[in-house]
Design a protein around this ligand. Structure first.
Ligand SMILES: Cc1ncc(COP(=O)(O)O)c(C=O)c1O
Length: 411
């Protein structure tokens, strides 16, 4: 579907992640125990100093500069330069109400076709369709960590007439939880065909091994870095994200600025002031604890699921795992997920929602169904985590994984 009438917009399905959340809520209301492994939201509270800053600035009632508060743009540029080895200044930064909105406006501004690795986050394709951009899927496999190989990328580019192309790379990845290991070879192809890369780095600060490498550090000239407060800072509902756009893409940046000014005007003033704290202060202690918990939970799920009946890669960051059920026989992954939800109460999202063929029995599992504030308090000054901690602070994870394993063994 590439030419969309206004009537057809009303016929698009609402975002798949939100739909599974509603379905789970319905089941829950009817008295059934539901394991909310379908929806990926940070379970952790926002760092206290950032919340305090929001409170202190709550009386700021004016519209801010359309591109974003100057001080915020400066601290974001500094943050990227330090962590990603970039060379941005405040003029390269655009602040928006979440990166989702900025991505959507980019789709509207961009004149060309879109390259999407499959699997990809659920909203990239619908946004492209609404913006009337043609989407070209690049199928990937677990052998390349669910990222496109240079070979597959180039093969796809050669088959496309339009050579004005934007490639989305999301590492750590939603839905697979894996990190892209072949950035260099992707960049070789990107340079050859002058691709624009939109590097969705929303989970970058939740990389478990602390060695995140941004593709922007090796392809600075045509990479847009996309990130924000939603995941690492537990502030999805605050709606603050940013793009860092290099000088070489000034034309696209200019169009985007115009679209921003004609749509959301500027992001909520108190939230922008609070975000200065989020990017200026050192939150390494908070992040260390958050990652300690996330990686422990992730590995528990991985170790308990991987078996003859389930193929899954070890998660490397973010909130997700992408298990494939080798003996499941359903007409589609969506049928499989319905069966899992009804028989076990475990809510998962089918692989088909992420661009994989519907006959591949794979699903996204989000391991964030626990009270992060309680877990953080519980491990204050603590030793290594163990399974007893998990039973205490993340019982839904333990029980949901056990139910899912039982289901897969019964096939
Ligand atoms: C891969 C990915 N990109 C972007 C977003 C959107 O984040 P934001 O809250 O900044 O709009 C999400 C949120 O779920 C995501 O998972």
């Amino acid at each position: 579907m590439n030419k969309l009438t206004k009537k057809q917009i009303g016929q698009l399905k609402p975002s798949a992640t939100l739909a599974i959340n509603e379905e789970s809520n319905k089941l829950k209301k009817s008295g059934k125990k539901v394991y909310k492994f379908g929806f990926g939201q940070s379970p952790f509270p926002i760092p206290e100093s950032v919340v305090l800053e929001l409170k202190n600035n709550s009386s700021k009632n004016f519209y801010l500069q359309m591109q974003g508060l100057e001080e915020l743009r400066s601290v974001i540029a500094n943050h990227l330069n330090k962590n990603n080895n970039n060379n941005f200044n405040k003029e390269n930064i655009i602040v928006g109400p979440g990166t989702k909105e900025l991505m959507f406006l980019t789709q509207i501004a961009f004149e060309g076709d879109i390259l999407l690795p499959a699997p990809s986050w659920v909203s990239y394709q619908p946004q492209a369709i609404i913006a009337k951009n043609k989407v070209h899927w690049i199928q990937t496999t677990s052998n390349s960590n669910w990222f496109p190989t240079a070979e597959k990328l180039e093969e796809k580019i050669k088959s496309i007439k339009n050579k004005n192309l934007l490639l989305l790379i999301n590492s750590p990845n939603n839905p697979s939880g894996t990190v892209c290991k072949n950035l260099e070879e992707i960049v070789d192809v990107a340079k050859k065909y002058k691709l624009i890369i939109l590097s969705d780095e929303i989970y970058s600060r939740l990389t478990f091994n602390d060695q995140y490498k941004s593709i922007s550090s090796i392809y600075p000239e045509r990479t847009i870095v996309s990130s924000g407060l939603s995941k690492w800072c537990g502030a999805g509902g605050w709606r603050l994200g940013f793009f860092a756009i290099p000088d070489q893409l000034a034309e696209l940046k200019n169009s985007l600025k115009i679209l921003c000014s004609e749509s959301f005007t500027s992001v909520s003033a108190p939230v922008q002031y609070a975000a200065v704290r989020a990017y200026k202060d050192d939150h390494s202690d908070y992040l260390m604890k958050v990652k300690k918990i996330l990686s422990f939970v992730a590995n528990y799920v991985y170790e308990n699921l991987k078996s003859n009946a389930i193929n899954v890669l070890q998660p490397e960051g973010g909130f997700y795992l992408f298990p494939e059920f080798t003996s499941a026989k359903f007409s589609s992954s969506s049928e499989m997920c319905k069966d899992i939800l009804n028989k076990t109460g475990v809510a998962l999202l089918p692989g088909s929602d992420f661009g994989l063929p519907s006959n591949k029995m794979i699903a996204r599992l989000s391991y964030t169904d626990f009270d992060g504030a309680n877990f953080l308090k519980g491990i204050l000054g603590s030793k290594k985590l163990d399974d007893a901690d998990l039973k205490k602070y993340a019982p839904n994870i333990v029980d949901g994984v056990s139910a899912l394993k039982e289901w897969s063994n019964s096939l």
